[in-house]
Design a protein around this ligand. Structure first.
Ligand code: UD1
Length: 430
């Protein structure tokens, strides 16, 4: 299993180019099976979650081509099964988007219950409620969600909880239902809007995405399209926080600054300078950072997927900060690893009370999940001495060429697979 070796203590300086959004890509690729025509999707990141989803779709007869690293061409005219392969898909959360997509297209779907990051219970009751409201029969059997319908009919769906996944799933199925669907208390995340734009470019009739009421008029069928995925707001935010924690100066390019506003606001509060350009943000961070309070919330609130990264930065800020996790119940597991690096953090329920320390020190740690893994890399970059991070495959689920991009900003980081690699790393940096 690969590890990262990191020699910390260097501020990150330079420019980084952000790729396409992983979460938008997963929704869009799943939705692309809903047409029999060819679909050309650009700006897709080359990350494990995306590749696993594509593999699972190939297994049901979708033809997938990758004319270049970031373009996917899909032809779903010959799907021969609506049963998704267990082995591949259980590894990722977004597998369940295939329920909405296949149910919309073929009126049946059988998909293993999702895996993904181990950050909480991650119920699917709102998805099931939505599918049932559209007239589908849904049951959970042998670890799979099985859904089928003679006919899907538009309906009024009121979510009890704001859920990105449920909003996306019901939006997909409703596109090809008969009549009108109104989703209330819908999620407003940028990738919900991106998916709606993608589906509309295939001939769907969706209005209101980005607000909490989405109106969908069902259409008979969808046609082919060419579409470019939005930039990854979480990848961008991760580099912004890496700049903050290492007291660096990083220009984060290829972003939509509006999507980063909640992150930008917190960085300003803790003393960073953030300059917004049309499609870039520059973050520079003087010493010391100052404390603040953060609560993760659905968009446009501060994203839960940025919670570990900001906690890492606040661990180095003067004073006491409080981070409250408002979305998932088990998202502070990485704090144990951070404490081993010298952080002073107390977790009580869904709240972390952070007393800033002057520095972290390198240690041997492991990445417990995708975003926490990235956050621990940030901690290691800021730390004095060497850190070895195990289980980097979690990080590769959502970050393309993470260590390459960091090296281009001056980070001393290498991916190592053997003791020989580690010796080379020591010769180079120690
Ligand atoms: C998506 C993102 C994930 C992000 C999360 C919140 C993808 C592939 N994943 O996950 O990176 O952290 O949004 O922004 O886009 N819930 C229920 N019942 C349901 C559905 C959800 O109780 O039927 C709860 C969940 O347990 C969680 C909260 O609602 O506490 C939010 O979950 P949701 O927005 O659905 O997250 P995901 O779509 O799984």
């Amino acid at each position: 299993m690969d590890r990262y070796a990191i020699q910390g203590g260097e501020p990150l300086v330079g420019e980084v180019q952000i790729g396409g959004a992983k979460n938008a890509s997963l929704a869009i690729l799943a939705a692309a099976v809903m047409t029999d025509s060819k679909v050309n999707i650009e700006n897709v990141p080359d990350v494990t979650d995306v590749n696993v989803l594509l593999k699972a779709m190939e297994r049901i007869g979708v033809k997938v081509e990758r004319p270049d690293r970031h373009t996917v061409v899909m032809d779903s005219s010959n799907i021969d099964s609506c049963v998704i392969d267990d082995e591949y898909i259980k590894r990722i959360r977004a597998s369940y988007y295939l329920v909405g997509a296949l149910l919309g297209k073929t009126r049946q779907a059988e998909v293993p219950l999702p895996g993904g990051c181990n950050i909480g219970v991650r119920a699917i009751d709102q998805h099931i409620k939505g599918f049932k409201a559209l007239g589908a029969k849904v049951r959970i059997q042998h670890g799979c969600i099985i859904a089928d319908a003679d006919e899907l009919r538009g309906n009024h769906v009121f979510f009890d909880k704001v859920s990105v996944g449920a909003t996306i799933n019901i939006m997909m199925a409703a596109c090809l239902a008969v009549g009108k669907t109104i989703i209330e208390n819908a999620a407003k995340e940028p990738h919900v809007v991106d998916l709606a734009n993608f589906l509309n470019s295939m001939g769907a009739n969706i209005k209101g995405a980005g607000t909490d009421v989405i109106r969908i008029k069902g259409v008979e069928k969808l046609h082919g399209t060419t579409y470019a995925v939005i930039p990854d707001q979480i990848e961008a935010g991760t580099f912004m926080l890496a700049s903050a924690a290492t007291h660096g100066d990083v220009m984060v390019r290829g972003v939509i600054p509006k999507h980063l506003e909640s992150i930008t606001a917190k960085l300003c509060e803790i003393g960073c300078h953030v300059t917004e350009y049309d499609d870039a943000v520059r973050v520079s961070a003087p010493e010391p950072l100052t404390s603040t309070q953060v609560k993760t919330l659905p968009y446009p609130g501060f994203p839960t997927d940025m919670q570990p990264q900001i906690t890492v930065a606040l661990g180095l800020a003067q004073g006491t900060s409080i981070v409250t996790e408002g979305i998932f119940e088990n998202r502070f597991k990485y704090v144990e690893e951070l404490i081993r690096m010298g952080a002073s953090i107390k977790v009580e329920g869904n709240m972390a009370v952070i007393t800033g320390v002057q520095k972290y020190t390198g240690a041997s740690i492991s990445a417990p999940d995708l975003r926490a893994g990235a956050a621990l890399v940030i901690a290691a970059l800021a730390a004095e001495g060497e850190t070895i991070i195990e289980d980097t495959s979690f990080i590769e689920r959502g970050y393309e060429a993470f260590e390459v991009k960091l090296r281009e900003l001056g980070a001393r980081i290498e991916r190592i697979s053997s003791d020989k690699d580690l010796t080379k790393f020591h010769l180079r940096f120690a």
